[in-house]
Unconditional design. Structure first.
Length: 293
């Protein structure tokens, strides 16, 4: 059985009359073209070209096979165009789960652009801070802040590092300064809570003996963001988000052992569903661009 990919080399040489011109058109070396033609002839057991000093000329057999080869190429192109159109036209509901703090800050402009590019896709955004079970169908796509995502059958990618560390507002820093040591931290009020992030946050406060410095508690991470923006005090926030907030200042660097990342995930049984694939690729591109800024 011959390699179907070799037909493109056959067609390129037949249409250009030389391996050099075919190599330039295909952006490969002339040696590669000659080798692939030889492999095709060996696999099919026929001589397709006469090698002449002026170039390659089709043999009668090659002439007879040219239309069939062109038909294979045209069919492949139609397949590619059809698949692309199916992807572009993919429609239906896609559910995304993300912590509310990401859903109300990073995602709105991304989802606006997604809607403009793919109007047939409708998004349901689940802003629960509790992880949804993608394997059980609780959501199609997850954007998670995690050291290592847990769950059977998950596939996806780590978009960027996302350690959680301490921030204040610029207005607060102008009035009270930016603390850099434990002694300085003890002189500032803290905003606590944050739903599922509260346990590791409280452990951090306990490590620095700062639990008594908490003056307000929110039940969500977006509450932490609202509180620190107001100038109420200091709080722990995800760096991927907080470093992009123009009104916030990072007070101290993340801990060396904080390997938290921002992950884009789906379940393996959904990864090739057209509407899911479109949304995954769009989110990956947009979030990766943010990470590079």
């Amino acid at each position: 059985m011959f390699d179907w990919n070799d037909l493109k080399y056959f067609l390129a040489v037949a249409e250009s009359g030389s391996t050099l011109a075919a190599a330039q058109a295909l952006r490969v070396s002339q040696t590669t073209v000659a080798r692939r033609i030889a492999a095709l002839e060996a696999a099919t057991g026929v001589t397709l070209f006469e090698r002449r000093q002026a170039g390659y000329a089709l043999t009668p057999v090659g002439e007879a096979m040219l239309a069939s080869a062109a038909g294979v190429r045209d069919a492949a192109l139609r397949f590619e165009e059809g698949a692309g159109a199916r992807s572009r036209d993919a429609g239906g509901m896609v559910s995304i789960t993300a912590m509310e703090i990401f859903a109300v800050t990073l995602l709105p402009p991304i989802l606006r652009d997604l809607r403009a590019a793919h109007p047939g896709i409708h998004i349901h955004l689940d802003t629960s801070d509790e992880p949804r079970d993608l394997g059980a169908g609780q959501a199609d796509i997850a954007i998670r802040s995690s050291k290592q995502p847990a769950g059977a059958g998950l596939v996806g990618r780590r978009i960027a590092d996302n350690p959680w560390t301490l921030y204040s507002s610029r207005a607060y820093a102008d009035l009270h300064g930016i603390p850099h040591s434990r002694e300085q931290l003890a002189m500032h009020p803290f905003i606590g809570g944050g739903g599922p992030v509260w346990e590791p946050y409280r452990a951090w406060l306990r490590q620095y003996r700062l639990e008594e410095a908490v003056v307000m508690q929110y039940d969500s991470a977006s509450g932490l963001l609202a509180g620190v923006r107001s100038g109420m005090g200091l709080t722990i926030l995800p760096s991927f988000l907080a470093d992009r907030e123009p009104d916030l200042i990072r007070c101290i660097p993340p801990r060396d052992d904080d390997t938290t990342g921002l992950w884009l995930l789906t379940h393996e049984r959904l990864r090739h569903v057209p509407r899911i694939r479109v949304v995954l690729d769009f989110l990956a591109g947009a979030l990766t661009r943010l990470a590079r800024e």
